[in-house]
Write a protein that binds this ligand. Structure first.
Ligand SMILES: [Zn+2]
Length: 169
């Protein structure tokens, strides 16, 4: 499909894959990353530009640099279980807004979220998490009626504050 030039609207745009270098991070963490992206060039005015695909490829390069799953990889995990974003949020405990941001490439997940995603890649781990959720959702009902005093005690029960050490005599 022929594209119109973004500058002059001419219909003589060619595309080629070029390695592009870009700076990521700041201060001591600054690194030079590279991504091979489609670059469009207009035969009329000579304008060169990149599009959304390039933006996505740069984002992937940053994810790889940080050792984080890319948006595509996250979506692939969710798709492998045939879960909607909402269902995946329910199973994993992530917020659905976070999942949307990660998959759209608007945000890169933190290290702990990334670790959990990596673990959820394994079906046995997802099963484990689902079983734990089911147990948490199960509310046992007591058949025997509790006495007034037991009930009162249970309402008064508090976790103890950390025990303060006695002063040496
Ligand atoms: Zn042009």
């Amino acid at each position: 499909m022929m594209q119109h030039c973004e500058m002059c609207e001419a219909k003589s745009v060619t595309v080629q894959l070029l390695e592009e270098k870009f700076v990521y991070g700041c201060g001591d963490d600054q690194v030079l990353l590279s991504a091979t992206v489609p670059v469009y060039e207009c035969g009329e005015c000579g304008e060169m530009y990149t599009g959304d695909e390039a933006e996505q490829l740069r984002h992937e390069a940053v994810c790889k640099h940080l050792g984080r799953l890319t948006p595509k990889e996250i979506k692939a995990i969710r798709d492998s279980y045939d879960l909607t974003q909402e269902k995946f949020a329910e199973v994993s405990g992530f917020g659905v807004a976070s999942i949307k941001r990660w998959e759209r490439g608007n945000q890169i997940q933190g290290e702990s979220a990334n670790n959990l995603l990596l673990l959820l890649r394994m079906p046995s781990n997802l099963r484990l998490v689902r079983e734990a959720n089911r147990r948490a959702a199960f509310q046992p009902r007591f058949r025997t009626k509790m006495s007034e005093s037991t009930l009162k005690q249970s309402l008064e029960f508090k976790l103890r504050f950390p025990v303060t050490r006695e002063k040496a005599a």
